[in-house]
Ligand binder design. Sequence first.
Ligand code: AMP
Length: 495
Amino acid sequence: MKFQAIKGVRDILPPDSALWNRVEQTAREVFATYGYGEIRLPIFEATELFARSIGGETDVVSKEMYTFADRPSDFLPPPTFSEIGVYIGNLKKWLEDGRIPSDVDNKLRIVSLVQAWENFSSKPQGRMLDFNDLVEVDQMGRLRDGVRIGPDLTLRPEATASVVRAYIEHGMHVRPGNVKLCYIGPMFRRERPQKGRYRQFYQIGAELLGTSDAAAIDAELLEMLLAFFERVGLKGATLYVNSIGDKNCRPAYVEKLREELRKVKDKLGPDSQRRIETNPLRVLDSKVPEEQAIIETLPRIAGNLCDACRTHYEKLKEELALRGIAYEENWRLVRGLDYYMRTTFEITAPGLGSQNAVCGGGRYDGLVELLGGPATTKGIGFAIGTDRLMLSLQEAGVGAAKGGLDVFLAWFGAAAYAAAVPLAKKLREAGVAVEVPAAEMKFGKALNLADRLGARYAVILGDEELAAKQFTVKRLGDGTQQKLGEAELVTYLRG
Ligand code: AMP
């Protein structure tokens, strides 16, 4: 059997990984100059955390999450049928103690299992099992496997919910000033794989949590984001901004939108038709060509904002102007997750085809309260799709800075080998990347390999060099050659 990475996930190999590392390190550095510290989060969390924060009607929660039932290590189901009676007794106890999930589904499964067991064990003991008995045993096995004895967990589809969970869990609201956190890592969504869209993808994100919702905070976050894109060499990025109102003005707008959409329902595709009732804002996201002209005629949020939201949005635009940040307004930018309010934004980059959003984010003032934290905490954040950023950078020919092999240390003879090993260690200590062949090679083959490995220099060490205490150093780019003593060699290669 030949194993392959499953569809939608992939390996990131050297030398590409060097560019990934550089980009991620640049994010840490740029974000640190704005006061952000890195938070390392778990890869899985309680399913309920994502359902509650992202919203049950979103695509992410309703169809894209990787969810599994956990099982505590001390209550494993019995591997053999003979112990099932004891196990069923335990299940009833655990359910009463609240140690296993007590939702209706799980209770029903446990009750069915108990009944099946009582029925089976009430029959005379010690007889030959007949076909019906086997069917019952098989059914009990299935019921046993269907009982959830641990909480439902989900591989994180995004990290804002986790950051907010951690902020609340660690009482971070008592920290002075705004709490500024950034994260880097993989996210998981069961999406249809295509260029720029994967089932395991990576994000670099930042979140700011604090008691102020000043538009200056939103603008500074965007300034930081653009500073990062500039530093990594991304060209041609466009920033789109919008305001989607808050709980005072959005519900009325959503209702108005729904009414208008009902009037044109027949002209819309199945996804948009469904969203009229579940999440009408998402219709504005539609990319279906036939729907575009209709969407243009729909009422726009800008004309329906309350005073506070309108002022916030105006202030945001002033703050962006103050910082010399170019942007375009896009009234259809609603974003896919429920928790956003007021400021939403997205950044697109060239070279990505239809999946051209490299970053999305917005303000989520009610989320901390929704997850059980202080009602006074407000928040804003973004997530950059690292895979797409990388595609765009590679398309534009941006490579990793220096990296790879500096020196191929070609040795000839046992005495040379004994000198090569400590020399390689010394060079590596000085930060020089060195390759030492593990077995002696012919001169021509050694130099050929050095070339193919992309080494910048070959250092040649044979009897002649040992006797003279001088190494031959050949620059592989142009073939020039010189002899250097050990101290000079270290200085020369480090430079
Ligand atoms: P979201 O968390 O949905 O707001 O997405 C933020 C950014 O993550 C997007 O702009 C994309 O760049 C990236 N992203 C989201 N989903 C995927 C995916 N399935 N594959 C690759 N990148 C993604």
